[in-house]
Design a binder for this molecule. Structure first.
Ligand SMILES: Nc1ncnc2c1ncn2[C@@H]1O[C@H](COP(=O)(O)OP(=O)(O)OP(=O)(O)O)[C@@H](O)[C@H]1O
Length: 237
């Protein structure tokens, strides 16, 4: 189908101990999809997202518009298919250091844009989105390790949107550390961006433990159980 962005074929992943975590996963992500991934704790949801972002080794294939990440170039692929971690507080330095580092990647500056100009653009967009989510300006200069879980989560997400390059965002429980009000603000922003035809973002793969959230935002539903991944009907919430 022409609107297919990602195609996952026979994807399997083992842990360092050789145990199979997920096996023979097949699905496609198409334009306007909000694909909800559900499953018990430890079932392999984050593992699947990290494989999609080419952060884990896997067997099988992931195609982005029909091309493998290797053929496209993995750094460029990661600017288009971007993983947003559940616990960004494990990153070194401050959020601004992180923006400075990613502004220097040649996959981003390859278009000829200067590193400093790109840094200013990403920082301005990211802090602007953060402001709308009540993230104080000063928090961008605090070490990730000293941010609260909810602050770090909003900052990581605002930065992913601030980069404005991802066609697919892989969101690992993006609102799990947020209070109800902040969570619904962020949730609405994500869904609006997928629906906004002017946004670079065309689809989201979203891990959530909440059936209610899945029901509100999802358009398709995958469940991981005992290493296998099956598509399900929308939950009855
Ligand atoms: N590198 C690794 N080596 C060995 N085992 C691993 C590795 N990474 C993850 N695992 C194991 O694989 C299983 C799946 O982990 P994963 O983080 O994908 O689960 P999850 O479904 O996202 O869980 P949660 O809902 O608790 O976040 C777990 O049992 C985990 O301990």
């Amino acid at each position: 189908m022409s609107d297919t962005i990602l195609e996952v074929k026979s994807l399997s992943c083992k842990g360092q101990d050789g145990n199979v975590i997920i096996s023979e996963v097949n699905f496609a992500v198409r334009e306007n999809d909000v694909v909800i991934i559900q499953g018990k704790s430890g079932s392999g949801k984050s593992t699947l997202l990290k494989c999609l972002a080419h952060l884990n080794l896997y067997d099988g294939e992931v195609f982005y518009h029909g091309e493998t990440p290797k053929k496209l170039g993995i750094p460029l692929f990661r600017t288009r298919v971007t993983y947003v971690p559940q616990r960004p507080s494990l990153l070194p330095g401050t959020p601004r250091d992180f923006i400075r580092a990613i502004s220097g990647f040649s996959a981003r500056t390859g278009s000829g844009i200067k590193k400093d100009v790109l840094y200013n653009e990403i920082a301005e967009r990211s802090t602007g989105i953060g402001k709308a989510w009540d993230v104080e300006e000063g928090l961008w200069d605090r070490e990730w390790s000293n941010l609260s879980g909810g602050e770090a989560q909003r900052i990581a997400l605002a930065t992913a949107f601030g980069c404005d390059t991802a066609e697919v965002l892989l969101l690992d429980e993006p609102t799990s550390a947020l209070d109800a009000e902040s969570g619904s603000q962020v949730e609405k922003f994500i869904v609006d961006e997928v629906r906004n035809s002017e946004s670079a973002l065309k689809a989201v793969v979203w891990i959530t433990h909440s059936d209610e959230q899945g029901g509100r935002v999802g358009t398709r539903y995958l469940r991981i159980s005992e290493g296998l991944c099956d598509e399900e009907a929308a939950p009855d919430v």
